[in-house]
Design a protein around this ligand. Sequence first.
Ligand SMILES: [Fe+2]
Ligand SMILES: [Fe+2]
Length: 278
Amino acid sequence: MGKFDGASWSIDDIPYGEIAHDRVRDDRQLFYIVASASFIEITSDLYTQNLIEFFRHDAEIAEWLAHQWEKEELQHGAALKKYVQTAWPDFDWEAAYANFRRDYGATCTVEGLAGTKALEMVARCVVETGTASFYRMLSDISPDPVLSRLATEISADEVRHYKHFHRYFRRYRDVEKPSRFAVLRTLVGRAAEVEAGDTFHAFHAVFRGSHPGVEFERADYDAYRDGVLNLVRQYFPHGMAVKMLLKPLGMSPMVGRAMVPAVKQATRLFLRRYDNAA
Ligand SMILES: [Fe+2]
Ligand SMILES: [Fe+2]
């Protein structure tokens, strides 16, 4: 895949040939994290259509969503897929993903949108904060420099997505004038629901693909979830997440300080998403 217009990096920039195979080959937790992320990102096309539809009257936003944002999310999926296929070649990515897409795609109803365009932009800021923080964490904990590099590129994309959504939020805020309470409620509400279901379904599909003939049990997921929660407790970039979540509230430093506890609660909800799943 070459570089598409406006992209800051392409899959060809990632030195897959230099993967430190001896450091990742037996790391099952890392395998599950990266394979699950590849499934979720590469399925972005299922979630983007209703958002593009919601903003079809705003040419600039509709254009950016369709030609930049969606393409970048799909590139995240393609780049992570190539990493999984190179680092863990025994895993049949295509077959496992076909199961994920069939089972999850069938149950995946159109994602609920927030009540207004300004509030939907707040919700999008929350989602991008979650992914930007997640990839920052993955970059920090990765034992392989190639995966660190890839996760850094993806995290930077997610931060750029956040900046676009934040700018569009301000545009609609000036028109719709949502109350600060409505913004805060959207922010905390969306943080609680981010990707909980996706995470479980992706793990399930990766497990089945890597354990042919073995019955999946809830305990397998619970063990994985506990391991990830441990990582998250130690390595999640809370400062970054809190800063990003506070911005849409756009407040004077004094009011901002009063909001910090609620926003901290919202970042904790990201971490609990594994608990909420399924
Ligand atoms: Fe992404
Ligand atoms: Fe993104």
